[in-house]
Design a protein around this ligand. Structure first.
Ligand code: GTP
Length: 435
């Protein structure tokens, strides 16, 4: 081909593609600079966490967990598993081993407690039935009314069933709370078996077309066979959507201990064969002094998510369980956590700045251009690539086809050119543009 037409193709394509790639890269760099993405690697210090440098901070973390009322066996298992995971992890620049360890422990705690909010499950048809179980005095009756109020605020019609026949005051308590939250309560006195009350209550709820039925059950000071059998009978009568274990946050150390309700999940417990099919838990009395270690014990021992937490005696004091907030509360090292998070952000920001500087100072020669062209080509067809560039929507398919053709010619030309010929073409291009 004559040099003139080659030069024209060359210069037109060069300018067009350089503009596109340049704009596109600047936009991307700007986006990265303004909002550092999580994908950018965090700059590390070149040092790592080792068995030796985590011994001391792990001791503090162990103490913090015990002070937060996490039960001892749970603390032991947790500390061992996190220590194994932490060894070899790179240190973020400017962060000390103990600080970084706190962050790792925090993230592990969040993961262990389910990671995200675990929502209540609702039946696809017919009423959703929620059965509450738990030891005496943990707050079941109060939770029953709180839950009804909570669901009522979400637009669901509710009915409560008073199944605690062993403590007559519990039935009166539920009726009073029902009046307070304006939710009907089904009662059948103390002479009827709880499973029969459950059957009658459910029938009544179906008749009234109620969305959610919540059944309160009796609590004992400790679990025994009679209590478990009774619960199983109630469960059979109701076929509940959710069976929620109500746990007092103040009883952290006991939560996973031998005589607690939780022990039915414990493989070493004498009640391990008892199966009542708990689907989740509600943690009460979190407004107290406890740092909430029971949350970790519940999840660790039962494997079931905590769905809601009670934070006071008022009816509105029930809210979803947020694992990250709870992890922060259990560790009680909020300052260290926010410092490490900040350090991570700064490092990501510095990485983004570096990237931008590299783009700004790049000497964009034809070899770079070829590399970029190939990189762009690897991203898919020109139509797809152009579609990713903001403001390029007006380019017609014919123009894109033309550009693709030119690119192929360009590639062949650059590869065939010696540096001398390359400079000659550039000079000719500059001179002809000037004239
Ligand atoms: N501070 C605080 N107190 C609570 C909370 N939930 C329940 N309580 C109180 O704990 C006490 C026991 O609550 P109940 O609802 O009667 O407990 P229960 O599990 O039904 O007890 P039994 O019927 O004996 O099994 C009551 O005084 C409640 O007001 C909570 O989240 N925070």
């Amino acid at each position: 081909a004559p040099l003139h037409s080659l030069r024209e193709i060359h210069s037109r394509t060069y300018r067009c593609v350089k503009m596109c790639i340049g704009d596109w890269m600047m936009i991307k760099a700007k986006q990265k600079f303004q909002k550092p993405t999580r994908k950018l690697p965090i700059r590390l210090d070149g040092k790592v966490l080792t068995k030796e440098n985590i011994v001391e901070p792990m001791r503090d973390i162990r103490r913090a967990l015990l002070e937060a009322d996490v039960s001892l066996p749970v603390v032991r298992r947790f500390v061992q598993s996190v220590s194994e995971q932490a060894v070899g992890v790179g240190l973020i620049r400017g962060v000390k081993p103990d600080q970084q360890l706190v962050k790792i422990v925090h993230d592990e705690l969040v993961k262990l407690m389910g990671g995200e909010v675990s929502d209540l499950v609702f039946a696809k048809s017919g009423p959703t039935v929620i059965l509450l179980a738990g030891l005496q005095g943990v707050g079941k009756t109060t939770v029953c009314a709180k839950l009804a109020f909570y669901l009522k605020k979400q637009g669901k019609s509710c009915m409560m069933v008073a199944g605690d026949v062993y403590r007559p005051a519990a039935i009166d308590q539920l009726v009073i709370l029902g009046e307070q939250v304006d939710v009907p309560v089904y009662t059948a006195g103390t002479e009827v078996k709880p499973s029969e009350i459950a059957r009658q209550g459910l029938a009544e709820a179906k008749k009234k077309n109620v969305d959610v039925v919540i059944m309160d059950t009796a609590g004992r000071l400790q679990i025994d066979k009679a209590m478990m059998d009774e619960l199983k009978e109630v469960k059979r009568a109701l076929n509940p959507t959710e069976v929620l274990l109500v746990v007092d946050a103040m009883t952290g150390q006991e939560a996973a201990a031998g005589n607690s309700f939780l022990s039915i999940f414990n493989p070493w417990s004498q009640h391990s064969t008892v199966e009542i099919g708990i689907t989740g838990a509600i943690l009460t009395k979190l407004d107290g002094d406890s740092r909430g270690g029971a949350a970790l014990s519940v999840k660790e021992v039962s494997g079931k998510p905590i769905k809601l937490v009670g934070r006071g005696e008022r009816m509105e004091d029930l809210e979803p369980f947020y694992p990250d907030r709870m992890a922060g509360r259990i560790l009680g090292m909020g300052d260290v956590l926010s410092f490490v998070e900040k350090a991570q952000e700064v490092m990501r920001q510095e990485d983004a700045e570096d990237l931008q500087k590299k783009i700004m100072s790049a000497k964009f020669d034809f070899n770079d251009f070829l590399k970029q062209t190939r990189a762009v080509a690897q991203m898919g067809s020109m139509t797809r690539v152009i579609g990713m560039i903001p403001g390029m929507g007006k380019i017609t398919p014919a123009q894109i086809r033309e550009a693709e053709k030119s690119l192929k010619i360009m590639e062949a030309m650059i590869e065939a050119m010696t540096p001398g010929l390359f400079i000659f073409c550039c000079l000719k291009e500059i001179l002809s543009t000037k004239s």
